[in-house]
Design a protein around this ligand. Structure first.
Ligand code: RTP
Ligand code: MG
Length: 145
């Protein structure tokens, strides 16, 4: 079998407004770094409706789209570009499944998500889901990279 290392790739991670407001940005970055991924760019900012519309374009028209964009604009998010071997799938494994109430222990959403009447969009983090999504999202959030 081929034991050569896969090439490094990049992903876009967002610590969503609930994660920043709850003071979990450091804990989430700690998990990313502890896994061995490198931080390429980190910026705290409140996203515009225009940026969020582009970021979530695939979900436009779905019932959860308006509350999702409203929530994502409700406060600062920590936007991060992380780099490493298989970081796209690796970060999604660290994050856990979309709904924190069913995310596995050991994951960001499973360990740190709450379940007292929360909406599913308040699930602490976003991570790109494919190389194509990562390239598109990194260009949106960090056009200088
Ligand atoms: P993400 O994109 O944020 O990493 O999360 P994901 O891939 O696990 O979830 P996705 O299907 O891409 O949905 C994006 C975000 O929309 C919210 N959502 N709400 N049924 C619902 O109310 C619903 N479904 C999805 C979540 O915030 C999800 O992370
Ligand atoms: Mg997604």
């Amino acid at each position: 079998s081929d034991l050569t290392s896969p090439p490094a790739e990049r992903t876009l991670i967002l610590v969503k407004p609930d994660g920043v407001a709850r003071g979990l940005a450091g804990e989430i970055l700690r998990r990313v770094e502890a896994k061995g991924y490198s931080l390429v760019a980190v910026e705290l900012r409140t996203a515009s409706a225009e940026l969020l519309g582009a970021h979530y374009a695939e979900h436009e028209g779905k019932p959860f789209y308006p509350p999702l964009v409203e929530f994502m604009a409700s406060g600062p998010v920590l936007a991060v570009v992380a780099e490493g071997q298989r970081v796209i799938e690796g970060f999604r494994a660290l994050a856990g499944t979309t709904d924190p109430s069913s995310a596995a222990p050991g994951t960001i959403r499973g360990d740190l998500g709450r379940d007292w009447g929360l909406k599913v969009q308040q699930n602490l983090v976003h991570g790109s889901d494919s190389p194509e999504s990562a390239a598109r999202e990194i260009a949106l959030w960090f056009p200088a990279l």
